[in-house]
Ligand binder design. Structure first.
Ligand SMILES: Nc1ncnc2c1ncn2[C@@H]1O[C@H](COP(=O)(O)OP(=O)(O)OP(=O)(O)O)[C@@H](O)[C@H]1O
Ligand code: NI
Length: 338
């Protein structure tokens, strides 16, 4: 069963001006998030995951980063579809925190240190819904309780520094969900937390998503997290989506050498901590991500790819259909097997 698309990104290209040169951090991506599904955006550091989420929220640093091409069709709470790429700042401000909720890696980027947790959550309701002060504060307490913060009423009166990292992230989730958004964008929301807290936050997000039927765009570099939480996955490399499809399908049957490399570098259960103790890196793909200012011709992964042939260095591969809903940007996808 397919629900309606909440977010439909078509041909998005986002550029930065760096020392007088233009680099494309996101270079023509297509991505759909339906109601009630979680789509994970995964890839190594610098692949363009955060720039994609910042583009959707239109939070690119003004004068440095800009959307250069493409559409981001977004269905808001009232059911109207608008192109986020074409909206003015005033309209975006009405959408952020209202139709689109956001959770980042570091809770303190969303929380203001000088206001109490309860004030910050109720502020969102007051701004977007015109809810009165005491009603909004009651709603904030209920939300804090909902996201698993014990003694929510007392906590609502506390300041961010009085909460632990895990509790702070729960509070930002409460804030993100206060206005019942149709889309939640979570950029590495558990990366800064230790492992047991990570698992709890993922459970919380999953539960809330099921209950509310939101679409979730989940940015992570961790394939274990993808397996845990996502319905579909898009693998990013140097600003492009190189493979996408249902998580189970892509994990079982990866058809891009980069995805294969990421999966092979995933530690088996228990191996991660052993490797950490031994000081080894989890990166099993040889070589480095190319500089966006100096991209190779053809497939950007070719310099690191064991499957690369001359043709790979000629043209940028198109996204080919592997199976229904499963695509790969590799001309040799038929020969790739796990
Ligand atoms: N403010 C900026 N100014 C200039 N270039 C930028 C800026 N932000 C991002 N970039 C460029 O965009 C690329 C992609 O960055 P992005 O933050 O999207 O990576 P990411 O996939 O989220 O990586 P990570 O896993 O480290 O968070 C960077 O490597 C950099 O070249
Ligand atoms: Ni990032």
């Amino acid at each position: 069963m397919r629900t309606e698309p909440i977010l439909e990104i078509k041909g998005l290209r986002t550029v930065f001006r760096v020392r007088g040169r233009e680099i494309a951090a996101v270079n023509g991506i297509d991505l759909v998030v339906h109601a009630g599904e979680t789509v994970a955006l995964v890839g190594e550091s610098g692949s363009g995951k955060s720039v994609t989420s910042l583009s959707v929220m239109r939070l690119l640093a003004r004068g440095i980063g800009a959307i250069d091409a493409g559409e981001m069709l977004f269905r808001g709470k009232d059911g109207t579809v608008r192109d986020l790429a074409a909206l003015g700042e005033e309209e975006m401000r009405r959408i952020r925190g209202n139709d689109i909720g956001m959770v980042f890696q570091e809770p303190m980027t969303s929380l203001n240190p000088v206001y109490s947790i309860g004030d910050q959550i109720s502020e969102s309701l007051r701004v977007h819904r015109g809810t009165g002060r005491s009603t909004a504060l009651e709603a904030a307490v209920a939300l804090l309780d909902k996201v698993g913060i014990p003694d929510a009423r007392r906590r609502a009166g506390q300041y961010p520094h009085e909460l632990s990292g895990g509790m702070r992230q729960r509070a930002t989730i409460a804030m993100a969900l206060a206005c019942d958004p149709t889309l939640l964008i979570a950029d590495e929301p558990t990366t800064a937390l230790d492992v047991t807290i990570q698992a709890q936050i993922l459970d919380l997000l999953q539960g809330l998503q099921r209950e509310r039927g939101m679409g979730v765009l989940f940015v992570t570099h961790n394939l274990g997290v993808v397996a845990e939480i996502a319905d579909r996955v898009a693998v990013m490399y140097a600003g492009r989506i190189v493979e996408c499809g249902p998580v189970a399908e892509v994990f079982r049957n990866p058809r891009h050498p980069y995805t294969l490399g990421l999966l092979n570098s995933m530690p088996r259960l228990g191996a991660a901590s052993a490797m950490k103790r031994a000081g080894e890196k989890l990166n099993a793909i040889p070589g480095m991500v190319p500089s966006l200012a100096d991209m190779p011709a053809g497939c950007a992964f070719a310099p690191r790819c064991g499957f690369a042939i001359e043709a790979c260095r000629q043209n940028i591969p198109a996204l080919e259909s592997v199976a229904a809903g499963h695509g790969s940007r590799c001309i040799r996808w038929q020969e790739i097997a796990r």
